[in-house]
Structures are given as structure tokens and as C-alpha cells.
Design a protein around this ligand. Structure first.
Ligand SMILES: NC(=O)c1ccc[n+]([C@@H]2O[C@H](COP(=O)([O-])OP(=O)(O)OC[C@H]3O[C@@H](n4cnc5c(N)ncnc54)[C@H](OP(=O)(O)O)[C@@H]3O)[C@@H](O)[C@H]2O)c1
Length: 327
């Protein structure tokens, strides 16, 4: 199964909205074929592995990181191509959380194939964190991203924030955007920065999500060139917890699997205070302001805090990036 996971990891973000999946065919203790899901619309991992084997064999075992699907989408159900004359056993790494595709395990048993698993389940789930969060929690996977001076400010007191970080850091943000389905920023950020919120040609552009704005001249703001989804604040509850829940529910219904929230501080604080996020990405630049706009508007104590785990440290010349996961 660990080899099947390695196969799955060959698939990159362009499998979205499908998960990354790897498959291995074993016969008499030897691997005779491998396959992975390359991109959305392309054959699934099972087919990629099965089409390379000789149809005369029997008693083979298929290892697959996710339960074979049971639905007609861009391709036929994977359970259809798993032939009991060839396969006596299928070992799965995780069950499919998508109700429309799940049930493959039962179907294989009906076909007389023995099914084992899930095995290495945590590892198999880890490679598709966004997919599992979307289907199990019924909300997008949420990444909060902020750029800070060394003394923790997001902008000068007058709202100027261009630029805190260097060009290399900003390029890495463009890649992050290309790997997310949607991007949200607060109204004051639109007003002060007039950002484009695109991936600047690095990859696909995320869908732009905005709060409705009364005082902003929308004709002069770049984000309106990209047909954004505008959240009607009239429908939003004032309690930040409920408000964030509502926003995420709405984006779930729009099939947004990963949401990137890029500030400013007020907007990010709503997600932090509601405890509704999965990753926090912090860029630090070696600049000091003394006075400025804050990143966090909550009231935590040293004892009662966010439960963050440091997952990655990256260096972009003089800047550093810290990636935290929510426990
Ligand atoms: N360093 C960085 O990484 C970074 C990133 C982005 C922005 N910035 C800087 O940050 C500053 C702006 O940040 P900010 O903290 O002042 O404001 P902000 O977060 O950009 O915008 C806050 C406004 O957005 C709307 N909003 C946010 N969350 C909402 C929610 N849950 N429900 C309804 N409406 C919501 C509200 O608009 P209304 O007031 O209209 O109700 C709120 O006042 C700018 O100076 C910008 O340059 C820095």
C-alpha cells in the first residue's frame, strides 16, 4: 500500500476535484503493474494499472489507495473493470467519503472478490486532506495566509502594505493560489490594495469570493473583472462563528474544495476566532514598523491558544515562511 501511495503522489493538483489515487497489481508476491490518476477526466488509477496486465492471469491482488468507485462520471465505475477471473482480492487504503462514488467495497464482495482494508488509512487520507475535509466536514479545506513584518504587522497604520515581502515570496503565493479553488479577502483589502488575486500566470486562477460592498466603486477594482462570487452580507449572521460557518456552507454548495483566505487581519481573525481553518501560512519579512495594522483581533491567552503544529519552514532570500497545521 505504501508503494501505491507513492504512485498516487505522482498525480498533482490537476486531479482536482478528484483525489490522488495509486494502484498496484501483485501476482505471486511480485508487482506486475502500477498506475495512478494523472488528471481530472483521465483514466482512474485502477484502469491505468489493469490495462497493462495480461488478461489470462488469475488470483491477482489489486492494492488501491482509495476504494474503487461505483459511479458513472467522466469514466465508467472502476468496480466494472475489476474482473473476478483475474482478481481474487482487492486491498483498499481508505473508503470513499463521496456518497455518489462510494460502495465499491460492497460491489466487489458481491462479485465474489475478497476485500481487505482499509490499511495504511492515515497515510492514504493524508494525501487527499482537502478531498476528505470537503466530503466529511461538508466545507472547503481552509488555508489562511498572511504576510507580516517582524514585529507582526500586516500594513502601515495608513493601510499601505505593498510590499512587505520580497518578489520570491510573492511568487510562491501565486503558486499557492493556483492550487486553491477560491480566494477570499476582506473589503478593506480591496479598498486599499486593489489586488488582482490571480495566479499571475503560474497556473489556474482561483475563483474570487468577496463580501458585498456598499462604499466601493466596483468599476475601478480589478477583482470585478473576474466575475467574483459576492457574499450578501445581509444574509450573514453577526456572530463570527455562525457567519464563517454560513460562508463555508455556501462555498461547499458551490463545489469549492479549497479556500484560501488572504487577509486582511479582520477577515482572517473571523476564521481564527471561529476555529474554522486547517492551515495557517505566515510569511515574515525582516522589516519593523513599530506601529501598524494588526493581524489578530482576538482575545487569547498564553494558556488558551490555537493548537497549531509547525509543519514546514521555507526560506525566500531574506523572508521566511512558516506553515502551521491545525491539530
Ligand atoms: N500583509 C498581508 O498579508 C495583507 C493581506 C491583505 C491585506 N493587507 C492589508 O490589510 C489591510 C486591510 O485589512 P483589515 O484587517 O483592515 O480589513 P479586511 O480584513 O481587508 O476587511 C475587513 C472588512 O471586510 C468585511 N468582512 C470581513 N470579514 C467579514 C465577515 N465574516 N462577514 C462580513 N463582512 C466581512 C467587512 O467589511 P465592511 O466593513 O464593509 O462591513 C470588514 O470590515 C490593508 O491595509 C491591506 O493592505 C495585508
Amino acid at each position: 500500500m505504501r508503494l501505491a501511495i507513492k504512485e498516487a503522489l505522482k498525480g498533482k493538483a490537476n486531479t482536482y476535484p478528484n483525489p490522488r489515487v495509486g494502484a498496484i497489481v501483485v501476482m505471486d508476491g511480485e508487482i506486475i503493474s502500477t498506475g495512478y490518476h494523472k488528471r481530472y477526466g483521465a483514466p482512474h488509477a485502477e484502469l491505468m494499472a489493469i490495462k497493462k496486465i495480461n488478461n489470462d492471469i488469475s488470483g491477482a491482488t489489486l492494492f488501491v489507495t482509495l476504494e474503487p468507485c461505483l459511479h458513472y462520471g467522466k469514466t465508467n465505475p472502476c468496480t466494472e473493470i475489476i474482473n473476478p477471473k483475474i482478481f481474487s482480492k482487492v486491498v483498499i487504503g481508505s473508503r470513499d467519503p463521496n456518497k455518489d462514488a462510494a460502495g465499491g467495497m460492497e460491489k466487489l464482495l458481491q462479485k465474489g472478490i475478497s476485500v481487505e482494508g482499509p490499511i495504511c488509512e492515515n497515510e492514504c487520507r493524508k494525501i487527499n486532506k482537502r478531498f476528505f475535509t470537503y466530503y466529511e466536514k461538508k466545507r472547503p479545506y481552509v488555508i489562511l495566509k498572511i504576510a507580516l513584518t517582524l514585529d507582526g504587522f500586516i500594513a502601515e497604520k495608513n493601510g499601505t502594505s505593498k510590499w512587505i515581502t520580497n518578489a520570491k515570496s510573492r511568487k510562491s503565493v501565486h503558486t499557492l493560489r493556483a492550487n486553491c479553488d477560491a480566494i477570499l479577502v476582506g473589503n478593506r483589502t480591496i479598498e486599499y490594495d486593489n489586488p488582482s488575486l490571480t495566479s499571475h500566470g503560474v497556473g489556474k486562477d482561483p475563483k474570487i469570493i468577496l463580501f458585498s460592498q456598499n462604499n466601493i466603486d466596483t468599476k475601478t477594482k480589478k477583482v470585478y473583472e473576474h466575475n467574483p462570487i459576492v457574499l450578501n452580507k445581509g444574509e450573514n449572521n453577526l456572530d463570527p462563528k455562525k457567519n464563517v460557518d454560513e460562508i463555508l456552507k455556501h462555498l461547499y454548495s458551490k463545489s469549492i474544495q479549497t479556500l484560501l483566505v488572504e487577509g486582511g487581519g479582520i477577515t482572517i481573525s473571523h476564521f481564527l476566532k471561529a476555529d474554522c481553518f486547517d492551515e495557517l501560512h505566515v510569511y515574515y519579512a525582516p522589516k519593523l514598523l513599530g506601529k501598524g495594522l494588526s493581524f489578530f483581533h482576538g482575545k487569547n491567552s498564553l494558556e488558551q491558544n490555537m493548537g497549531l503544529t509547525l509543519k514546514k519552514v521555507e526560506k525566500f532570500d531574506n523572508d521566511i515562511k512558516l506553515t502551521y497545521y491545525k491539530k
